[in-house]
Design a protein around this ligand. Sequence first.
Ligand SMILES: *[C@@H]1O[C@H](CO)[C@@H](O)[C@H](O)[C@H]1NC(C)=O
Ligand SMILES: *[C@@H]1O[C@H](CO)[C@@H](O)[C@H](O)[C@H]1NC(C)=O
Ligand SMILES: *[C@@H]1O[C@H](CO)[C@@H](O)[C@H](O)[C@H]1NC(C)=O
Ligand SMILES: *[C@@H]1O[C@H](CO)[C@@H](O)[C@H](O)[C@H]1NC(C)=O
Ligand SMILES: CC(=O)N[C@H]1CO[C@H](CO)[C@@H](O)[C@@H]1O
Length: 194
Amino acid sequence: MPSSQLYLLLPLLLLSLLLINHPVQCDDEEDSLLKGINDYRATLNLTALVKNENAECFAEEMADQFNDQQCTNTTGANTVPGTEPTFNNYPKLLAKCHLNISNTREGMIMPACVPNLVASQLLSNFTESQYSEYLNDTKYTGIGIGTEDNWMVVVLTTSTPGGSFATYNAASLVSKTSLIYYLLFLLISFFFFL
Ligand SMILES: *[C@@H]1O[C@H](CO)[C@@H](O)[C@H](O)[C@H]1NC(C)=O
Ligand SMILES: *[C@@H]1O[C@H](CO)[C@@H](O)[C@H](O)[C@H]1NC(C)=O
Ligand SMILES: *[C@@H]1O[C@H](CO)[C@@H](O)[C@H](O)[C@H]1NC(C)=O
Ligand SMILES: *[C@@H]1O[C@H](CO)[C@@H](O)[C@H](O)[C@H]1NC(C)=O
Ligand SMILES: CC(=O)N[C@H]1CO[C@H](CO)[C@@H](O)[C@@H]1O
């Protein structure tokens, strides 16, 4: 194999390692919140919420908007159902996740801020606040969770088209997972032909 091809593949190796490592950071908090929410729903005899990747994408984008914002500053954390949060770049955030407002309108977006994301406080932020009304609701079937600093954004989805969080052009959306497989495939081919 000519060495020029080797130079092409090395950055891909580094990139795939980065992609594999990056999302792991906040998964513990997100998984423990998801478990807490589903345990809470179990006590109410409600079905467990299923992870929805598109809602998770949107939750991450929403959480990014809060980045360094203090917990006391709730700018953008307006979540009256059926209304759009007060970020003026909301349509842009939807577009980033290939989502159309007509498939997200019936979903629920719930931001919460807890210094250092202390797990027990975070759970009660959702189960013992006005948010419990939505967690108590049988109409929600899916969930996506995003984290940034002290902010956690929970997005609930429905099984109706209006809250499905279905992407409008699923074929063009290369998920992180498939990208990783693609890069691994490249790597394996590389070593195979070496
Ligand atoms: C949940 O279901 C169990 C068994 O059917 C029942 O005993 C319990 O009262 C139910 N709890 C609620 C909150 O509905
Ligand atoms: C609150 O956050 C918004 C958005 O990040 C920012 O524009 C605003 O200046 C902040 N307000 C305070 C009081 O920190
Ligand atoms: C969103 O859905 C509406 C109604 O189905 C459609 O008119 C609009 O073009 C869609 N927007 C995008 C970006 O796909
Ligand atoms: C949700 O259900 C719990 C347990 O039954 C109850 O304590 C809480 O008040 C309910 N929340 C709302 C907003 O009705
Ligand atoms: C949305 C919400 O309930 N936020 C609360 C989360 O918990 C912190 C600390 O316990 C409160 O300060 C927030 O108001």
